[in-house]
Design a protein around this ligand. Structure first.
Ligand code: ATP
Ligand code: MG
Length: 288
């Protein structure tokens, strides 16, 4: 596009992606007016401009270069997207694209869908799935309220986005196959200028630091010196833990970083090994 010294990021104006997309940018230290009643906004402290759009339009705008990058669900990127790069998973707006059928039907496998009619807003992804499984079915493309299709006789199954499954259930449907697991991702135009690429690298570096911070906790604990060696072995840490002597010369304070995934197990082991006064502190950003 015209201005090479600014990166244009398209985000959903209003919907399930908006809030988390905006918070991620804010946590990356990028200041801007998030008044999404406007269609455009420019950052005050980073070379980035925001376009607030409907999520369905974002892949095309990114492919055409109207926007340089965008935040969308993988479901939308795969359905609408051609000629775009999938740059990074963002870990929010998790959901799945699934096949669902009336709940009173006993499901005996994919053969149920042979010669069936399926209502969906995701004809491209669905077609790919059916072809891969050698199933021929009628695909009814509808743009919303897909889940009512079976009860009005429009289709014998649906292929739709599910998170808790409660919408399906309240429409008398049950989920029987998952086609795709989806989360928000950053997509990018395939021919960004070097200047835009370097702004993008700076943005991704910030986003990674925020994500790592969220996935890790800072931990402080007191340990009797004769147990120190055993306790240190239990701590992963970035390099090795910090050890600070306490006023009581038989005790030390140990500081380290623990990943969320192994958090509870490590804490239990630490207590078992004699650690006391364990404090756990959130990390705002983590730069390795
Ligand atoms: P738009 O008006 O921008 O077209 P929309 O109604 O198509 O919005 P939303 O319902 O806001 O879309 O969903 C946006 C994206 O959020 C979906 O494409 C999907 O990736 C994800 N998503 C959908 N449903 C859920 C859910 N229940 N929980 C979490 N994420 C979801
Ligand atoms: Mg949409």
């Amino acid at each position: 596009m015209t201005n090479n010294s600014i990166l244009r990021l398209a985000i959903q104006r209003k919907g399930r992606l908006s809030e988390d997309s905006l918070s991620l940018i804010k946590e990356s230290g990028i200041k801007f007016s998030s008044d999404t009643a406007k269609l455009k906004s420019k950052s005050r402290n980073f070379p980035i401009e925001f376009l607030f759009l409907r999520d369905d339009d974002i892949p095309d705008y990114v492919a055409d270069g109207v926007a340089d990058i965008g935040i969308v669900g993988e479901n939308v990127a795969l359905e609408k997207g051609k000629n775009i790069d999938n740059l990074r998973k963002l870990g929010f707006s998790k959901c799945r694209l699934s096949l669902a059928i009336p709940k009173e039907i006993e499901y005996q496998g994919l053969s149920y869908f042979q010669n069936s009619s399926i209502a969906t807003s995701y004809p491209k992804i669905l077609k790919g799935f059916l072809t891969k499984n050698n199933i021929s079915a009628d695909i009814h493309e509808i743009s919303g309220s897909v889940e009512i299709a079976p009860s009005i006789g429009l289709a014998s199954a649906v292929c739709d986005i599910v998170s808790s499954g409660s919408t399906l259930m309240s429409n008398g449907l049950k989920e029987v196959e998952t086609i795709l697991n989806s989360e928000a991702i950053i997509i990018g135009n395939q021919s960004l200028s070097d200047e835009k690429k370097s702004i993008l690298d700076r943005l991704i570096f910030r986003i990674e630091s925020v994500q790592k911070g969220k996935n890790n906790k800072y931990i402080l604990l007191n340990a009797p010196n004769h147990k120190l060696e055993e306790i240190i072995k239990l701590l992963p840490g970035m390099r090795s833990p910090t050890i600070v002597p306490l006023a009581d010369k038989n005790w030390s304070s140990v500081h380290s970083v623990i990943n969320e995934d192994e958090f509870w197990e490590v804490i239990e082991n630490l207590r078992g090994a004699g650690a006391e006064g364990i404090l756990v502190v959130p990390i705002e950003k983590m730069i390795l």
